[in-house]
Design a protein around this ligand. Structure first.
Ligand code: GLN
Length: 316
């Protein structure tokens, strides 16, 4: 059933050819633009895939919610939200602006993610990348890859992120050298996932932090709640409002063309297609998620959505 729905959505959205792969990171402009894969992993551990779901791509900003979860668990919410706000910015993901207190608006845009990377560098020093890679691989249930070429290409052209890091250093949010933190953040973004791995990471969030395939308990429930709240309000950048109205599932996009969406206690979804719109979100992914939401009634406020299973336990 899910297999057939994924195939139908794939075929319906395939002709959509608007948008272009990101080119501000030169190596990303070279990816095959018409790749398209859809993967769904349920909280029971069932896996459904269609299209290019074994093709690795760079995780980019889809790493941000997971890095946030790491920082929340290791440093605590008070320390994290003291440095990074929780408000949607309405600006581009790589906007070089901070709020009136010199803080990033939220952890889903570059400024916030660079601040989070700084907290992880503080906590782990030179091992920050290894720790991130290890946690992400546990979330995916298999080891993530790394794209050296995309990493080098971004490092050679990351003037905006360097500018953001220097602003954060100036306002005291970063205490480590800005260059060191941006390097760590860029490494985090240059890890590669397949759509199937990314859907498993999403399903781990949907399953309140336990990987539904390996049963590895990785993220605590309060951290999952904080992470999904910020994905819902800020995960699609300045396209988050539209996404909330038309799709209504906490999600996070990346300029590599991947998006993950989390249907609480039910599904992790990942869709990969590199052509992006003006917000840096994949054009086909938006259409595919719209179609899936309609077909399966996934919008969080959809009347047919079963909602909190905890509540249903109390109501029995
Ligand atoms: N590494 C990218 C950057 O910092 C991630 C941006 C994104 O995926 N939106 O610009």
């Amino acid at each position: 059933m899910i297999d057939q729905i994924l195939a139908a959505v794939h075929d319906a959205v395939l002709p959509e050819s608007h948008g272009m792969p990101a080119d501000y990171i030169p190596a990303l402009a070279e990816v095959e633009p018409d790749r398209f894969g859809l993967a769904v992993v349920t909280t029971n551990g069932d896996v459904f895939t269609h299209g290019h779901t074994d093709t690795p791509f760079t995780i980019q900003s889809v790493s941000k919610p997971f890095a946030l979860a790491m920082a929340l668990q290791e440093c605590g919410p008070a320390a994290v939200f003291d440095k990074v706000g929780t408000e949607p910015s309405g600006d581009l993901f790589n906007s070089v602006t901070l709020d009136a207190n010199g803080r990033p608006p939220n952890p889903m845009v570059n400024s916030g993610a660079i601040a989070i990377a700084g907290m992880l560098v503080d906590a782990h020093g030179d091992c920050a990348h290894a720790e991130t890679h290890d946690m992400f691989s546990r979330l995916a249930g298999s080891e993530l890859g790394f794209n050296e070429e995309v990493y080098d290409s971004e490092c050679a052209t990351d003037h905006r992120n360097q500018a953001i890091a220097h602003l954060l250093y100036g306002s005291g949010v970063l205490t480590d050298e800005p260059e060191v933190v941006v390097e760590s953040y860029t490494r985090q973004c240059s890890q590669t996932v397949t759509a199937t791995q990314l859907a498993t990471m999403a399903a781990t969030l949907a399953n309140i932090g336990t990987n539904p395939i390996t049963n590895d308990q990785i993220i605590d429930p309060l951290t999952v709640r904080h992470t999904l709240s910020l994905m819902f309000t800020c995960g699609m950048y300045d396209g988050s409002g539209d996404w909330a109205v038309h799709i209504g599932i906490p999600a996070k996009s990346g300029v590599g063309g991947g998006v993950m969406a989390v249907v609480n206690r039910q599904l992790g979804i990942a869709v990969y297609s590199p052509r992006l719109d003006e917000h840096g979100n994949s054009v086909r992914v938006i259409k595919a998620l719209e179609a899936l939401t309609e077909e399966l009634g996934l919008h969080v406020f959809e009347f047919s959505n079963a909602g909190s299973s905890l509540l249903s336990v109390y109501l029995q």
